[in-house]
Unconditional design. Structure first.
Length: 288
């Protein structure tokens, strides 16, 4: 008898439990993953998708930096192999070029930007350096060097801006690639500074200050996230151009034009160099 009752109960209760569970499923507890996903969406809006998109943008940028670095250094190395450095006798008359103030602020900007470039690269390629305290220290150095760079950039801008205004003949200088693709030195269309130097001036000083502002906003980290993302984009795009021209500037002033370094130390340039590479300025000072 007991057996019969138990069998009957099982026959009724088991299907009832299954059917009941099916009916109650939509009202029961949902999976925790699903709940968190909904909560995430509520709190962060579209950020999970945008964030993923943004992270892939940063990863792509790391590659761009790598390619630009290798590309620029490779091209400069090839240029050196094919055309070699340009030498001037430095025996003739000397022409005064850089006042003491300009030289001092130039070297201030040069030193602080050198720290910025290398600590910036270390921050970007932190993984290769193994992350950790070394990268964290270099990141702090990046911030410190930026505060040192900004006043020098402003002063250098003020010291040189009057001779850095673009002129029509700058286009012609670009057309002949500044005469750098020839072993035979010929006069090129340029005033006190050539188009390449002007480009570096504007990017290094004015562009450098934009980098300071965008970097400062990122350092503060108080603005809305969409604004911070824009700041980082500008910082990375400009940084890429600064990186390329920084190495070109180093190559030109330390390797390709022998004696350029001397001129930023003593303030004087050899007249033969000025006559060939800055003929419009040479004409002007010869008349004076
Ligand atoms: C270690 C880094 C640097 C070195 C070794 C260096 C060296 C030199 C030298 C030797 C000159 C004289 C070139 C000539 O008249 O033929 C020069 C000029 C100049 N430098 Fe630098 N420089 C450095 C970084 C910078 C930085 C960071 C800036 C700006 C932010 C800068 C801006 C200029 C400008 C505007 C000129 C005058 C035009 C020109 O030659 O490009 N330099 N630099």
């Amino acid at each position: 008898m007991v057996k019969k009752i138990l069998t009957l109960l099982m026959l009724v209760l088991l299907p009832a439990k299954t059917i009941g569970a099916e009916i109650l499923r939509p009202y029961g507890p949902v999976s925790p993953v699903e709940t968190l996903r909904k909560l995430n969406h509520l709190l962060l809006g579209n950020w999970p998708d945008e964030g993923r998109e943004f992270i892939s943008f940063i990863v792509a940028f790391k590659n761009y930096y790598f390619y630009v670095l290798i590309g620029v250094l490779g091209v400069l190395f090839l240029h050196y192999l094919i055309f070699g450095p340009r030498r001037f006798e430095h025996r003739g008359e000397r022409i005064f070029y850089y006042g003491l103030f300009t030289r001092l602020v130039h070297w201030g900007a040069a030193l602080s930007m050198t720290l910025l470039v290398f600590s910036g690269l270390a921050t970007l390629f932190a993984k290769i350096l193994g992350g950790g305290s070394l990268v964290m220290s270099l990141r702090s150095l990046h911030v410190g060097a930026a505060f040192a760079f900004a006043p020098f950039a402003i002063l250098l801008f003020l010291a040189l801006v009057k001779d850095m205004v673009p002129a029509f003949y700058d286009l012609k200088w670009f057309l002949v690639m500044g005469g750098y693709l020839s072993r035979q030195p010929r006069p090129v269309p340029a005033g006190k500074f050539n188009a390449g130097q002007k480009m570096w001036f504007w990017l290094g000083t004015a562009g450098g200050l934009v980098m300071f502002y965008t970097g400062y906003k990122l350092y503060q980290f108080t603005a809305p996230v969409s604004f911070l993302r824009e700041m980082l984009k500008i910082h990375l795009y400009l940084g890429l151009a600064v990186l390329a021209l920084y190495f070109i500037h180093l190559y030109m002033s330390l390797v390709a034009i022998k004696g350029a370094l001397k001129s930023m130390l003593s303030g004087y340039k050899d007249s033969e160099e000025v006559a060939l590479m800055h003929p419009k300025y040479y004409e002007k000072v010869s008349k004076d």
